[in-house]
Design a binder for this molecule. Structure first.
Ligand SMILES: Cc1cc2nc3c(=O)[nH]c(=O)nc-3n(C[C@H](O)[C@H](O)[C@H](O)COP(=O)(O)OP(=O)(O)OC[C@H]3O[C@@H](n4cnc5c(N)ncnc54)[C@H](O)[C@@H]3O)c2cc1C
Length: 410
């Protein structure tokens, strides 16, 4: 049984289905996917969706399409019993069901710790929950359509200076040139601390891109609270903004029954080198603490590690079902890239630093390769090609039905 509909589940399913095609076809192996979201969300292009370069639908793929031989159950898991080997879940109508499993894969990912910021869940925007990205896009479109009331109707605050916060601040500033004021708030002394530690030149380039896009950066202060009218910061100041986006870290989703003894102090499921957590239980991605084979440090919570971890879990389950021992996870990593608009990225691949168009193309190629739907990948190529041909002009659907136009910097 695979829990969640993210990268871990998709790649565990694909690895399992590839190795056990005959058993799946003949019904000797049954795969059940239980996910709170009936579609997979491809987060990589969130910036492009927020900036109006790509429609939201391009990032969504129904799980029934990508796990064609699995039973897909659209439900929220409410408990796991690792002794009795059962999973309990709640269907959208409220009914609870329990199913037993032989092998369980935990790919339930993470979520923003909204409880730590008063008002964020009620009045702000987040990115990890079902429907979050669409809600953000709709709110920003509404802000663009609204008259400037001087009370924050055209102001956006993005909290969190990691990759997601920086990319989203850039994307929103890019979309709303001269019409939206975007402030990026970060608790630490510098943005992109993980990138800056190893590639300071790239982090400085990212700072310059934010400046070019007109993003105001407030360092050394965090998001302390959100109200319908704005953001309260930890230094006591107040920013009037009708749109407040919190990308303030993420915590693994907690499933009752998997708490005691199986998790570390940050709530991540502690995995052995073969990515098992307990007998018949496996984990990867944002929900798990996976140690890097060379450094021994936890690997970052990003899509690449979720993809590779998920695939490894699927392959190991196939081995165990075939009475062979599971293998340790030995993947070493690839790099990281952030985007700042059409043809503008900064990143590092296998330690090689890239900027501008080459970085943008590498990022695009990587994302297209890992998009679960070939149909969506082809549509992305067509959308972006049209944008490039048109010199960056793109339609921005606004809630009122009015079609405005935005132009990207060359
Ligand atoms: C906006 C944004 C942009 C990002 N950009 C990048 C990027 O450019 N590059 C990169 O490498 N990484 C990026 N990431 C990080 C990357 O998306 C995550 O690391 C990755 O999604 C982790 O995969 P996962 O399978 O562990 O979890 P997810 O992909 O988050 O999937 C978790 C799944 O579990 C489901 N679920 C949760 N709780 C339950 C429950 N109780 N019951 C049933 N189902 C449940 C969810 O609905 C979801 O389907 C980004 C993340 C965000 C939010």
């Amino acid at each position: 049984m695979l829990l969640g509909g993210g990268y871990v589940t998709l790649h565990a399913y694909a690895a399992l289905a590839r190795r056990m095609r005959g058993d799946l076809r003949r019904g000797r192996l049954e795969v059940v996917v239980v996910s709170a979201d009936a579609a997979h969300s491809f987060h990589g292009f969130t910036g492009e969706v927020a900036s109006g370069q790509l429609p939201f639908e391009r990032t969504r793929t129904p799980l029934t399409e990508v796990c064609p031989r699995a039973w897909v159950v659209h439900a929220r898991v409410t408990g796991v019993d690792t002794t009795g080997r059962t999973v309990t879940y709640r269907l959208p109508g409220g009914a609870e069901r329990t199913l037993s499993y032989t092998h369980l894969v935990l790919g339930t990912g993470g979520a923003e710790p909204t409880a730590q910021v008063p008002g964020l869940a009620e009045h702000g925007c987040t990115l990890r929950g079902t429907g979050d990205i669409k809600a953000l896009v709709q709110r920003v479109r509404a802000a663009l359509a609204a008259p400037d009331d001087g009370l924050g109707s055209r102001s956006v605050v993005v909290a969190g200076g990691g990759m997601a916060g920086v990319e989203l601040a850039a994307a929103l500033a890019d979309l709303g040139r001269d019409r939206l004021s975007v402030t990026l708030v970060h608790r630490g002394p510098t943005l992109l601390p993980a990138l800056r530690a190893e590639h300071p030149r790239l982090a400085e380039r990212a700072d310059a891109e934010l400046e070019r896009l007109g993003v105001r950066v407030r360092l050394g202060t965090g998001l302390a609270g959100v109200t319908p009218g704005g953001a309260r910061l930890s230094d006591g100041s107040w920013l009037a903004a009708r749109t407040v986006l919190g990308t303030v870290g993420q915590r693994p989703v907690q499933i009752p029954g998997l708490c005691r003894g199986l998790r570390d102090e940050r709530g991540r499921l502690v995995t052995a080198p073969d990515l098992s957590v307990a007998p018949g239980v496996w984990a990867a991605g944002d929900a798990a603490r996976v140690l890097h084979a060379a450094t021994g440090h936890p690997v970052p919570a990003n899509a690449l590690w979720a993809i590779k971890g998920g695939a490894h879990v699927g392959a190991n389950i196939a081995r165990v079902l075939d009475d062979r021992p599971p293998r340790p996870f030995r993947y070493r990593g690839l790099g990281q890239v952030a985007s700042f608009g059409l043809g503008r990225s900064v990143g590092e691949i296998y330690g090689v630093e890239l900027t501008g168009v080459p970085a943008w193309l590498v990022r695009l190629a990587f994302f297209l390769r890992f998009m679960p739907s070939r149909r969506n990948a082809a549509a992305v190529v067509s959308d972006l090609t049209r944008l490039v041909v048109q010199g960056g002009a793109r339609p921005v659907p606004v809630d009122s039905g009015v079609r405005a136009s935005s132009r990207l910097a060359a």
